[in-house]
Structures are given as structure tokens and as C-alpha cells.
Write a protein that binds this ligand. Sequence first.
Ligand code: SF4
Length: 488
Amino acid sequence: MIQFVLSNDEYQYDIHSLVKAFYPKDQIKFVMEEDLEESAKLQIYLHLNQDMIQMKAMQGIKEIYSMQEFADSGNKSSYRNILKRMIYNGLSLITKKELPWGTLTGVRPTKLALDRLEQGISRAEIENFMSREYLCSKEKIDTSLQVAEREITLLQEMDYKNGYSVYIGIPFCPSTCLYCSFTSYSSEKFGNLIQKYLEALYQEITFAGTCFRDKKLTTVYFGGGTPTTLSEVQLDLLLQHVENTFDFTYVKEYTVEAGRPDSITYDKLRVLKKHGVSRISINPQTMRQKTLDLIGRKHTVEQVVDAFHMARQLGHENINMDIIIGLPGEDKDDVAYTLREIDKLQPDSLTVHTLALKRAARLNTEKSNYEDLTPTDTKAMLHLTEEYTKKAGYLPYYLYRQKNMAGNLENIGYAKFGKEGLYNILIMEEKQTIVALGAGASSKFVFPDENRLERVENVKSLKDYIERINEMIERKRSFLLHNELLSM
Ligand code: SF4
């Protein structure tokens, strides 16, 4: 356990995220001085004065680190950065660890690079800034800049400022993966609710079609869950309803995450092709069968390969594959094996996720069963994926981080030139309004002139979504009316 005595609570969240990155397995507690326990691994005192930050780290009665620095509490962002650097330097010295992203704990490190490139700031200045202010490693700064430069080019090719995108969530999957934290219901248990769900979803889609008539629809994305859990007839009717509702004239990308290979059939892929779906995902996560069995994917490696070949046969020319590094029981050799198998298929894009331990996921709630299987070399695994993608001609084009990621690393999307997932950039960089429909869907409304972003969320529970669909629609309508985005 790591204990903190803080003179004020304002930066507790920032401190917690940073310390967790150094001590992922330890509990972090904020306590009063009189409640400090000698048995704690580390006791840290932080005095956050108006013009000075002081830190002292103790192990029992032994002081092992102390530091103080001037800081102006009137400038919150600079004060926060000084505080985080002080903690980082202390913990780095104590643990002899360095974090690849330094003190950056937010989810979108590329935004720092992207915003500055858009302002005309030079590469060298951005490198200096990220290194000085956030102590990011050179390697991560290079990746951020490479991603941001690719994003700028892709954004320039889209009239995203006059557009919006639509996300439609299908919260059903054939079974629930061990690490899942999404809104997802197993079709085995909840299959009887699929039709009712679709009826509610149709209503929400119809309403969304009445908004933004003066804006161009840029991308449409079906995610979840696994949209191909629906039958081919359900898929056919749903896509038809979407195409009848929205004007597709300017749509640059139409994605359906087929995702789980055990949900994919020839007929469903044919339906997607018939509707002009331009990008699909077939996600193995790993090509090791033993891991697939362990993580509850309930499909075989052969099913991945077969689904991929079927899709190619039907003319799907933009196929993404997702893999996860840091899966229980896997090591570097397993990742290398997965990459060799994927190389035989040559997907158009490859998204590399680093496993994030989410609170609600079974991998966390049942963690005692998997603790011995936690990989220790995620950094080396990620490095393998970087080497592979470079050699195979993929370029990094989007990047994001989540809380509690193995090795404090990142998720990164690679694509062959021109095969990037545009929706991923739009949502990650928060460049465009995304109207999100379905259970658990969260719409993001972007007001670029005011540098403002607002979320309107739907309920997560399937039952609630079905029963309260009118309320979900009303929620969006009143938000749009209030913000003068919808005429009466
Ligand atoms: S396929 Fe994705 S959404 Fe479905 S259970 Fe697995 S992790 Fe969750």
C-alpha cells in the first residue's frame, strides 16, 4: 500500500493516476497524518502551498526522498504539471522505473501534438515541450507526432467542419469476453430481447435523421457489442432503415465492426457488401487458441481465417483486425506468433490494443484466478508490433490511452496508406459531432467556435433502453433545442 498525506485534495485524481502507473498492483490511500501505517510500502507527504510544493517520501521512519519547488497555484495547469513532475521524479528514483508517457495520464496524448501542429508550431518545439513539460520519452513523442501529422493530412481531405457522424451500437455478442467492459449482452442469454431492442433503435434512428439536415453526414459506424450478432435479415433491414433515414451523398466511410468471427457468416458479409459497407473489422485479438479459450471468445483461429477469406472473396477491400497485447498467459513469443499469422492474411489495418484492466470486467472481478498469468513484458510485446507494422508497410494514424493499461502504454491504430478508419480519428480527436444511438451510446456534440464539447448519454441497461426509448429521444431533442441545433 502507498499512503499519501495531502495538504489539500484538489489534485488527488491526478496523483492517483500517476502513482498507479508506478505501482499498478498496490492500493493507493489518501489519509490523515495520524492514520499513517508503518507497514505501508511508502508514505508520501505533499504540501501544496500557494507558491511552493514540497514532497517527502518515507519508508517507515527513513526518509528516502525530499524535494521542493516554487509553483504558482494561480496557474492551475502549470502548478499541476510541476506537482506531477515532482512525484514522477521521486517515484522514478525510488522504483528505478521510467514511464514511456512520462507524467501524461490523459487519454489522448496525440491531441497535444495535433493542436500545436495546427497552430503552426514546429516539430522541434513540440518535441521540446512534450519532453520538458511531461517528461515523455523520445519514442512516444515521435509516435505522437507521426500520428498527428497523418491525422492532419486525413482531416484535410474531409469537410469535417460542416459534417457530423453517426454511431449505432448493437450491444449483443455471442459470449462475454473475460476483459470486456463494454455494454454487451450475450445473445445466448438475452437473444429474446434483440427484436425489441431493434424496434427501439429504429425509433432513435428515425429521430436522429430529422436533426442536422443542413450538415453533411461524414461517417457511419456500427459498433457494440458485435453488430453481426444480428441475423442477416435483421442486419439487412437495419442497414436499409439507416440508408433510408440519412442522406449518404457525402459519406466517406461506412463501417460495421463484424468483430467476433463466431458471429460472421457468408450471408451476413454479403448483406454488408450489398449495402455498400466500406470498412469492416474481423478481430482475432490473438491467434493462439489456448488464449482464445481462456478469455472466453468461444471461437477458433480457423474461424478468424475463414471469415477473413470469405470477406475478401466477397470483395471487402478494407478489413481491420484488432489484437490485444498483455492477454493472460501470453508472452512475447505468442505475440510474435500472432503477428506471423496475421501477416499471412494482410488486413488493411491493424489496431493494437494494450490490455486495460477495467473495474467491471471479469478479468478484474475474478482477478485472483488470473494473477499468475499476468504478462510482465508488455513493453517488449508492443515493440514487436511496432517493428512488424513498420516492416509490413502500416502507418500509425490514431492513438489513445485508457486507465489501468498494462505497462502504462497505449492503443494504436495502424493502416496501409489510404485504409485508415476516419471515424476513429474524428471521435478520438473530438473534431466532429457524433450522434450516438443505442444502449450505452454517448453522443458528443462539438462546438468548435467555443472550444466546447458536450456529451448526451443513453442509459446502458438494455431493458431500460427499450422501456425508456422516448426519454432517450427527448433527452437529445431538448439538448439540441437548448443549443439551437434543432428548429422547432
Ligand atoms: S467482443 Fe467486444 S464487446 Fe463483445 S464481449 Fe468481447 S470485448 Fe465485449
